[in-house]
Design a protein around this ligand. Structure first.
Ligand SMILES: Nc1ncnc2c1ncn2[C@@H]1O[C@H](COP(=O)(O)OP(=O)(O)OP(=O)(O)O)[C@@H](O)[C@H]1O
Ligand SMILES: [Mg+2]
Length: 357
């Protein structure tokens, strides 16, 4: 038995159910190979929909044409990114950028920037990519996890870069089952019956392929040949909670508090959408002196990240101004995750402040 194909980092030689996306991206790479220019791509989709693995697969195929960079590995620093591109160590963005221009004019290569939404000062990065493109016509393939991400792009950059979207829809349960089947075969492990893969897939598809693979690996490693539904749910919840923790840890304090407040309101309102105004009120009550505009900007961020979902578009409360007078829900999170945030909230925020209505 080989455990490697059951790990997240493993890139299979063939990818299932991503033929269309591979073709779209590959066409651009081939154009670039042929004439030295191609479209900028925005590779867009929910977490665990195969964006990174697809790009890694194409990098293996075209190592001369693409170069991979990842915001998290670069500590969210634009300077680190520029230094990695030029393979030099500039100390200011300006000096690093000059080196990037030199490098890219000689070594023509497509820049892939994964988890781009995690860079600090994203607006500056868009302007830099715009500058790089204007100066060297080197294209970039950017990969965010958050929705509506392109909205953070300044108009000028939008007009020059003209990102073409390549959409990675969330996998269906059947697709997840096929991904799991491939991994299991590659590992040489097996279960007592095929129904187990379907059971994992049906319980995890809304969480993405990553969770599904993690659950599969746990079962194989713990030599559980015939898991009960309760066992599966236990394992899934563990990974679900872990990914949620990572997500929340990466937010700033204000965003974290807003997530907690939202979860609390969702739980007490039995899953019904929550009015934005109420969230703001709760924030002011619980955490005091933050300008209302700052709170609504933070809420807008959470909507753009995809953690909060606007429901309906009516403008009711006049004083809130345009754009934020809507109801919000937390569609991206499972009921379990919302409950989990809610439970943590009870220890994070002093009780009496929560009860103050
Ligand atoms: N079509 C596929 N075939 C085989 N494995 C896949 C496929 N899609 C996803 N996977 C696997 O599922 C896991 C999650 O995929 P990946 O990391 O590419 O997601 P992502 O879209 O980049 O998510 P995030 O936005 O969270 O970074 C990885 O282990 C990856 O290898
Ligand atoms: Mg990824």
């Amino acid at each position: 038995m080989d455990i490697i194909p059951l790990t997240e980092e493993y890139t299979p030689k063939t990818l299932v159910h991503r033929g269309e996306q591979i073709k779209d991206i590959e066409n651009e790479i081939l154009t670039f190979k042929r004439i030295g220019v191609c479209s900028n791509l925005l590779i867009d989709g929910t977490s665990g929909s195969g964006k990174t693995v697809t790009i890694k697969y194409l990098i293996k195929k075209y190592p001369e044409q693409i170069q991979y960079h990842n915001a998290v590995e670069l500590d969210s620093s634009i300077l680190n990114l520029l230094n990695e591109i030029s393979d030099k160590s500039g100390t200011t963005i300006y000096s690093a950028l000059t080196k990037v221009f030199d490098t890219l004019s000689q070594k023509r290569i497509i820049l892939v920037i994964d988890e781009i939404h995690k860079f600090r000062n994203i607006e500056k990065l868009w302007n830099l990519l715009n500058g790089i493109y204007r100066r060297t016509s080197i294209p970039s393939f950017v990969i965010p996890t958050r929705k509506q991400f392109v909205n953070t792009m300044p108009e000028d950059a939008k007009l020059t870069l003209l990102y073409q979207h390549v959409l990675f829809p969330a996998y269906t349960a059947d697709e997840i089952r096929d991904i799991l089947k491939q991994r299991l075969e590659l590992s040489g492990a097996s279960f007592e019956d095929d129904g187990i893969l379907s059971a994992i897939a049906y319980r995890t598809y809304h969480l993405g392929a990553r969770t599904a693979i993690n659950v599969l690996r746990t079962l194989v490693c713990d030599e559980i040949k015939k898991p009960t539904p309760a066992m599966l749910d236990g394992i899934i919840h563990r990974f679900d909670a872990e990914s949620l923790k990572t997500t929340i840890c990466r937010m700033d304090k204000i965003e974290q508090n807003l997530m907690f407040i939202m979860a609390d309101l969702m739980v007490t309102q039995h899953g019904r959408p929550v009015h934005t105004g109420l969230v703001t009120e709760r924030y002011v009550e619980g955490f005091g002196t933050l300008a209302r505009e700052t709170i609504s900007r933070k809420i807008t961020n959470l909507v753009e990240y995809g953690y909060l979902t606007p429901v309906g578009g009516q403008r009711t409360a006049k004083r809130d101004g345009p754009g934020i007078t809507r109801r919000l829900s937390m569609d991206i999170l499972t009921a379990y995750q919302i409950q989990k945030i809610h439970d943590e909230l009870l220890t994070a925020i002093p009780q009496k402040k929560l009860e103050a209505e």
